[in-house]
Design a protein around this ligand. Sequence first.
Ligand code: ADP
Length: 425
Amino acid sequence: MNSIKAICCIGAGYVGGPTCSVIALKCPEIKVTVVDLSKPRIDSWNSDKLPIFEPGLDDIVKQCRGRNLFFSNDIDSAIREADLIFICVNTPTKTFGLGKGRAPDLKYIEAAARHIAVVAADQGEKIVVEKSTVPVRAAESITRIFDANGNRGKFQVLSNPEFLAEGTAIKDLMDPDRVLIGGEQTREGYKAVEALSSVYEHWIPKENIIKTNTWSSELSKLLAANAFLAQRISSINAMSAICEATGADVSEVASAIGRDTRIGSNFLRASALNLPEVANYWYQVVAMNEDQRRRFANRIVHCLFNTVTDKKIALFGFAFKKNTGDTRESASIYICKYLMDEGARITVYDPKVEKDQIHLELTHPSISEDPERVDRLITIVTDPYKAVESAHALVICTEWDEFKTYDYKRIYDSMLKPAFALMVE
Ligand code: ADP
């Protein structure tokens, strides 16, 4: 297989949508079809209101949609037509069973692979690319699924991890630090790597495309994007605990060292590789993060004379960072959880996150076992000034730029006195 003519992307989420929009923009001769099981999600990609918010994404979709970029629920046709298939399905953290709370759940990837195996069984060669964050050797599992379903040697499975950061996805895709492609060290493997590389070479200099073996690629993603970032955050958090105790200014310390809000937990699979000391090390990194959120919630309680029961707290920002509507692992979820545990009434405002999404996060069994309590304690509003009316405290959880432009005199005047304002570090 030499040049790629049609790409199918399974999963129209935060990774698949922006990635394929940029590929369609940069490769006008390639037909790119993004498919998803969810009808509302595809309908939304085909409407004026895209399901995800990323600066620059709207313009690209408008330019390419209907030309060489398509969003569809007809998964089978897109798989058949494609010579290259991206798997961009979600890999949530397992909520039950072995590895609960830390290991990634690969059921969606496995389902997607099985689907490809069946649909493309009577077809020629295809390249299948894992883009989701996966544990090392996931490509091997995908290959085994193909082999066991009568497709031995027909599919080349590549690892091409995504390094985009939400909020700057388009910028990151247009001008990435590097593109990483891992493949099998065989003639067919090299050919497949070259084919995928030729797609990126439409706009990325060849020297920025790194070609490795499959496992190096998978491991680089876990280490670079998750473990090392998480470690950096935990280091800052550890710093802030020291700052709190000593009176040093954590923002000065933080800006000196730099910070990043991305975090994942897939690297905790170190224990599954029989490296318990390594696993313990990373557990501590994550524990540090959780501790940070709890300490922040405690600070709010402490400020409000050690009780928040029945007090109104306005919370600005529910997205995990600015310029995205994504709420996964957002600090605000945990802050709401701790404050709900204390019986506080919380009024949430976020410029981009939909009401249903906030509700969904807060009623997750790991956050609140009692959905009625969420209904009782949480109010979601669309006007920030409404959120702060008669509030005891304002808590800013996301650094949205628009928060800087508000009339804080008006906000202060409408709050109960003494009025407190706190910002998540
Ligand atoms: P990510 O951040 O990794 O892109 P998202 O949750 O935003 O994750 O998106 C993943 C998408 O993949 C969801 O829209 C989901 O409906 C879709 N999906 C999951 N499994 C399949 C599948 N087997 N076939 C098609 N789409 C799938």
